[in-house]
Structures are given as structure tokens and as C-alpha cells.
Ligand binder design. Structure first.
Ligand SMILES: [Zn+2]
Length: 470
């Protein structure tokens, strides 16, 4: 603001200088008048001439945008000559409002961000107290943008104060806290209208699903979700062969101004592996929950996950092997997933924490009891998730801890075991109990929904504009 205001003075003066010069060339008697005026100015203690020259040379460096911005600002355009004689007086003119977009620093606080953005501690404190109605400031992430609006104060038009804070909590929701006339802040939520557009991609796999899908311009987030969706049934290390096919019908989310703001849901996906098609549909059940079901109405969610850590590489299988630390042959009663230290580990299924403690060679260890028959165990953890302890109930996919290398371990990895009736079994070959299956009327409704989706996709794929060609 300060810069803008100073520049506006420069520009004003630059115009004055030019008009003076044209006057000089046109009418000689004006020169005499001017000299008189200048002499008068100097006599009143103003360094008029020098000021003009210096200011004019500075103005040359101003960008065109700045000039336009200044000149289009009515408050500045209204400035009158006398005010230029005294700089302290100038600063009392109305200050243009400022809108700033900021974010919290990693590990930083909202308080810190607001103060850094120019708010007083008092205003920041009041704005945050009001935002707390809808928001836990501690859960704000650095990528969530915050817009600060500063307006002239009611007492002095030349000084600005925080008038509102907008937290862009998600692509379709903003939280705003605004200063009322009595100085207090009041918060409200505003929703942003999102436009959903459908997209369809399909292709044939040559080396990996990831490579084939990115080639069809599939957003990475959608590919990762697809992999997660199929992780109950497909071992992406072993089951994918060259020539396998994939197909995804999904939504992309756009702002009201047409900007892509994120990915929507995968509505339908299909993978054809070695000639066998596994097609899944997202379906909302009568109770409002959504899940993915196969063509027969069986939930894709099995009772237990085969891979309880995202994006991990299977580094050691179940069975006899030369132990990497001990050096002799030993039975490996679980499978290992190599993953960076700190990668979240998910509960493989719904259940209750049985053990969350150090356990000899396992290092930091968690065991979950899922039902009478099944338990899963997780070894070498860096740490447990806050709140994870014996007796706590967890849902499938909840983070329970983080990959580490505690206990007898050569590097960060997750050692994962499935116990069936108290004995370890091979997680890769165990036939896992299946999840929910639709039946009766619900199954009939699902089938008609499913066929509607297939028809929509068939219509889309017959239009060359919306189809990614293989
Ligand atoms: Zn292991």
C-alpha cells in the first residue's frame, strides 16, 4: 500500500511536469508566472524544482500496470495539488483496501500466519476465536489458502485494519469471519458451486497400470484410487500382465469459473486381467453409505486388506528364507512391504487393538483382533498413531501407526502377518472372507442402476470427443 501511494504521487507530479513544459513552449508569459510561483514555493520552504526532477526520473521506472492501477483508483485520482506540499499530510488520505492470500507454514499456527499477513495480535486472536465455531485451527494444512481483507478503520481512513478472514477449507467450502461495526468477528460458511464433468478412459497395459493410465491422461489421484479399489482382489505386483485392459469412468470437479479444482468419484471401473473382467460400480446404499460392488452385488471390500500400506513394494514373501539379519534359514511368517519411514499403516480390517507395545524382534508392534478367527499383526513400526492402544476399536483403513525399522530390522519396512485361529498364514494366498453382499430388493435396484451406468458409458464411448483412444 505504501509503495502504491508513493507511486501515485510520482505519477501525479510527472503529469504536472509535462503540462508545465508544454505551457513553456506555447506561451512565454506563463514562464514568468511559473518562475514567480516557484520562487513563492521555495520561499515557503519547498524544494519544488528538485522534487519534480527527481520524481519524474523515478516515474520512468513505473510499470504500465502500476500507472493504470493508480489512475483507475478514484481515491488517488482525487488528490489535489496542495496535498503534495506536505508528505505527512498526504499519508492521511484514504488508504486503498488490501486483499492478501496467505497460508500457514508447515508446523506453523494460524495466529502466526495472520500476524505475518499484517493483522494485529488482538484482531488475529478475535478472528481465530470466531472461526473456532466451525474449524479447529490446529487442523489447517499449509496448502489451504487463507484470504485476508484489510479495510480503512472507522476512526482513520489512512490506517487499515483486518476486516475479514476467509479460510478456503475445501474446493467447495469457504469459512469467513467478518468484523462487525462493534469490532467483534462473526463467522459463517459459504458453499461454492461445483460442476461435475464425467470422463472416460480406457487402455491396454504394456508394462504397468500406472504407465498405461497416465498415457491416457488419467489424473494420478484417480489411478491411485483405482489401485486402492482393486487392492482387495488384485496383487499389482503379480497379477498384471501385458495385454490386460483397464477402464475408468470418473468425475472431475470444476469451479463456477471453469477451473479444474479436483477429482470427483470413480463411478465405474473395470480391469480385465488375463481375460477375466472385474467390473466395479460405486453404489449408494439405502442407509446413505457408499461402497463399490461387483457385477453380482458383492462388496469389493473384503474383511481384511492384503496390503495395509499405500504404495508399498512387496519386498519379502512368506516362507523359508535366509534371514537378512541372522544370516541362517528361518521361516518368514509374514510378508514385508518396503516403504519410506513414516508411511502410514492402515488397519487391515475392522477390529479391536489387541497389542500395541514393544515386542522383542518385532520392535514396536500392533496386533488387531478382527473376529473369532482372524487377527493381523504389524511389526517394526516407527511409532503408533496417537490414541492407538490396547482395547481401542479401529475401522478398516484407519491409520494405526507408521513404517519404521524398530526391532530386528535392516531398514524401514512393514512386517505384516495374518493369523487364522492363532497361527500365521500367508497373506497372499489366504482366501479372505468377503464383505457385504447385496440381496433381495436392494440387489434388484443395484442391477438396474448398474445397467444405467453401462448405457451411459456406451453412449460416451461412441462419441469421439469424450473418449480417450487407445
Ligand atoms: Zn518380515
Amino acid at each position: 500500500m505504501a509503495v502504491l501511494l508513493t507511486n501515485s504521487i510520482l505519477y501525479y507530479n510527472s503529469r504536472r511536469t509535462r503540462s508545465i513544459f508544454s505551457a513553456l513552449t506555447a506561451k512565454p508569459f506563463v514562464l514568468a508566472l511559473l518562475i514567480l510561483a516557484l520562487a513563492g514555493a521555495i520561499a515557503t520552504g519547498l524544494t519544488f524544482t528538485t522534487a519534480y526532477t527527481a520524481l519524474d526520473s523515478k516515474t520512468q521506472n513505473m510499470t504500465e500496470e502500476v500507472r493504470v492501477a493508480i489512475w483507475s483508483n478514484p481515491e488517488i485520482a482525487l488528490l489535489k495539488k496542495p496535498e503534495f506540499r506536505n508528505h505527512t499530510k498526504l499519508n492521511e488520505k484514504p488508504a486503498p483496501p488490501i486483499i492478501k492470500t496467505i497460508g500457514i507454514r508447515p508446523g506453523g499456527t494460524l495466529m502466526g500466519a495472520l500476524v505475518r499477513g499484517g493483522a494485529t495480535r488482538m484482531d488475529a486472536h478475535q478472528a481465530i476465536a470466531s472461526l473456532k465455531t466451525f474449524l479447529d485451527p490446529k487442523r489447517l494444512r499449509p496448502e489451504q489458502k487463507i484470504t485476508l481483507n484489510f479495510q480503512p478503520t472507522s476512526e482513520s481512513e489512512s490506517s487499515l485494519q483486518l476486516s475479514s478472514v476467509t479460510v478456503h477449507t475445501s474446493v467447495d467450502l469457504n469459512l469467513i469471519t467478518e468484523r462487525k461495526s462493534d469490532g467483534t468477528f462473526v463467522s459463517r460458511k459459504t458453499e461454492r458451486q461445483l460442476i461435475r464433468k464425467n470422463m472416460h478412459v480406457h487402455g491396454s497395459i504394456k508394462t504397468s497400470l500406472y504407465e498405461a493410465a497416465t498415457k491416457q491422461n488419467t489424473p494420478v489421484e484417480i489411478i491411485m484410487r483405482l489401485i486402492r479399489l482393486y487392492s482387495w482382489d488384485v496383487d499389482f505386483q503379480r497379477d498384471i500382465q501385458a495385454g490386460d485392459d483397464f477402464e475408468i469412468f470418473f468425475e472431475r470437479l470444476y469451479n463456477d469459473d471453469g477451473t479444474l479444482v479436483g477429482e470427483g468419484e470413480i463411478i465405474c471401473a473395470s480391469m480385465t486381467l488375463s481375460g477375466t473382467q472385474l467390473r466395479l460400480y460405486r453404489y449408494e446404499l439405502g442407509d446413505g453409505t457408499t461402497d463399490y460392488f461387483d457385477a453380482h452385488g458383492a462388496s469389493v471390500r473384503k474383511a481384511l486388506l492384503k496390503t495395509p500400506v499405500d504404495g508399498a513394494r512387496l519386498s519379502s514373501r512368506y516362507g523359508k528364507r535366509k534371514h537378512p539379519v541372522l544370516g541362517y534359514n528361518k521361516m518368514h511368517r509374514g510378508i514385508d512391504f518396503a516403504a519410506p519411514r513414516g508411511t502410514p499403516i492402515m488397519a487391515a480390517g475392522d477390529g479391536v487393538i489387541d497389542v500395541a507395545a514393544r515386542n522383542g524382534a518385532y520392535g514396536k508392534y500392533i496386533r488387531i483382533r478382527h473376529n473369532q478367527e482372524y487377527k493381523t499383526a504389524y511389526g517394526h513400526l516407527k511409532s503408533f498413531k496417537k490414541g492407538i492402544r490396547k482395547g481401542v476399536r479401529v475401522r478398516q483403513g484407519d491409520t494405526i501407526g507408521y513404517v519404521g525399522s524398530t526391532g530386528r530390522s535392516t531398514g524401514p519396512h512393514l512386517h505384516y502377518e495374518i493369523h487364522r485361529n492363532g497361527r500365521q498364514v500367508d497373506p497372499m494366498s489366504v482366501k479372505l472372507p468377503s464383505g457385504r453382499k447385496l440381496s433381495g430388493e436392494e440387489l434388484a435396484v443395484y442391477h438396474s442402476y448398474r445397467m444405467g451406468i453401462d448405457t451411459a458409458i456406451a453412449q460416451l464411448t461412441s462419441s469421439p470427443l469424450t473418449t480417450a483412444q487407445n
